[in-house]
Write a protein of this length. Structure first.
Length: 127
């Protein structure tokens, strides 16, 4: 497991002592702020040396309508596609279609609502 810098911990909503700092991001039960989840995933990927592509949140996508928020290059040639949502966020029709299509082709594609879910998925992919 990688070591995190203070900046990484802050981006994920935790202080250097491991205590929760930010109200919006939950370690396991979902989040109230999608941007915090995006920031936590990006920080983790940078720290774990996992190359990733991240769709911007500040303007409409230029990739493809409904494309997942993250594409992460995992070890052993595996790729992980993640769509981030708040605890109560719903998929658009286009997002649902993308995830269904990716899964039908054998890709790892998931909706995630917490950093805990992301880490669990990554751990499962390693085994």
């Amino acid at each position: 497991m990688p070591r995190f810098s203070k900046a990484d911990l802050m981006a994920m909503g935790y202080g250097p002592d491991g205590q929760k700092l930010q109200k919006g991001l939950s370690a396991d039960g979902g989040n109230d702020d999608e941007r915090q989840l995006h920031d936590a995933i990006a920080a983790y990927c940078r720290r774990a040396d996992l190359p990733f592509i991240h769709s911007r949140m500040d303007r409409p996508t230029s990739i493809a309508l409904g494309a997942p928020d993250f594409v992460i290059a995992m070890p052993e040639g595996k790729t992980l596609w993640l769509e981030c949502k708040t605890a109560k966020g719903k998929l658009t029709t286009e997002q649902n279609a993308w995830l269904h299509w990716l899964k039908s082709k054998g890709h790892e594609a998931h909706v995630v609502r917490s950093m805990r879910q992301v880490l669990d998925i990554m751990l499962e992919m390693k085994s």
